[in-house]
Design a protein around this ligand. Sequence first.
Ligand SMILES: C[C@](O)(CO)[C@H](O)COP(=O)(O)OP(=O)(O)OC[C@H]1O[C@@H](n2ccc(N)nc2=O)[C@H](O)[C@@H]1O
Ligand SMILES: Nc1ncnc2c1ncn2[C@@H]1O[C@H](COP(=O)(O)OP(=O)(O)OP(=O)(O)O)[C@@H](O)[C@H]1O
Length: 299
Amino acid sequence: MSVTVRVPAKVNVQLAVGAPRPDGFHDLANVFLAVGLYDEVTVTPADGLRITCSGPDAAQVPLDATNLAARAAIALAERHGIAPDVHIHIAKDIPVAGGMAGGSADGAAALLACDALWSTGAGRDELLAICAQLGSDVPFSLVGGAALGTGRGERLTPVDVGGTFHWVFAVADGGLSTPAVYGEFDRLTAGTDVPEPEASPVLLAALRAGDTTALAEALSNDLQQAALSLRPSLADTLAAGTAAGALAALVSGSGPTTAFLVADEESARKVAEALLTSGTCRNARTAVSPAPGATVQRP
Ligand SMILES: C[C@](O)(CO)[C@H](O)COP(=O)(O)OP(=O)(O)OC[C@H]1O[C@@H](n2ccc(N)nc2=O)[C@H](O)[C@@H]1O
Ligand SMILES: Nc1ncnc2c1ncn2[C@@H]1O[C@H](COP(=O)(O)OP(=O)(O)OP(=O)(O)O)[C@@H](O)[C@H]1O
């Protein structure tokens, strides 16, 4: 018997970053929106723990115990006194190291899949606590939709979304390391007074109203400057999407994927095509939001 879980990518429609904490993390006001690009994680009983991965970016995914999907299986098994003897297969469609929480998504998906396979009876709160141990973005991958993440992003409050938003994502060549981007943020803000991060009421109202124009005006990412500083060529990608008619352009999370909010499906197609022909990115993907969180697939 196997269990398959489908899990979405995310874009941060607001990422407000505070000063570094003593533990090295940063307090955030992190407004997550799940977008309809998905990985699928399948777990099957096996003699030991084994990971495989398929998809165009599969070669960049670690297949050892550092993989977040493996760490999730081990964490759940330890808590319930079970041997983590599963074959985990990741069908990867979320860009790797792109700031779209691909690894986090696989962690949340493997956790939910193993929980179903082993019938552990773990409640939602226990699963969310394990997610938070695995990484700051992992709890959101489990819940999906839209949520405000505070603390290091792991403490979630659901956010209402009153409509569908259309996006284009420009996938860059190579990844950016999340700690390196936070480190660059610290370097760029050193000696300045970094304000306490706060969610923008205007942005939350735009989401609630399903108002694309208002959301376009309210999007913000405090890590954008740091990502651009480490990868200056991203400015060309942002400019190419804006010139093609995107309502707003921003770096997705820690980058280097860039996100373009567009009016509708037709505009998404046009902007994606223009980005591809601009030569400023490796690939361009269209997607809608919000998307549901990690979900067990029934055959
Ligand atoms: C950039 C975002 O993707 C936005 O959602 C997240 O903040 C990153 O979340 P993540 O990849 O799950 O990050 P984690 O695995 O928890 O942490 C990786 C590293 O990122 C930095 N980090 C992460 C989250 C946070 N609130 N402050 C940080 O400074 C730390 O250097 C940390 O060691
Ligand atoms: N299941 C996984 N899929 C992809 N990368 C993984 C996975 N598990 C661990 N990793 C490691 O995590 C690193 C970051 O990859 P990931 O795709 O999660 O980045 P990201 O989307 O930028 O993350 P975030 O948006 O959460 O900061 C990779 O370079 C890889 O070494």
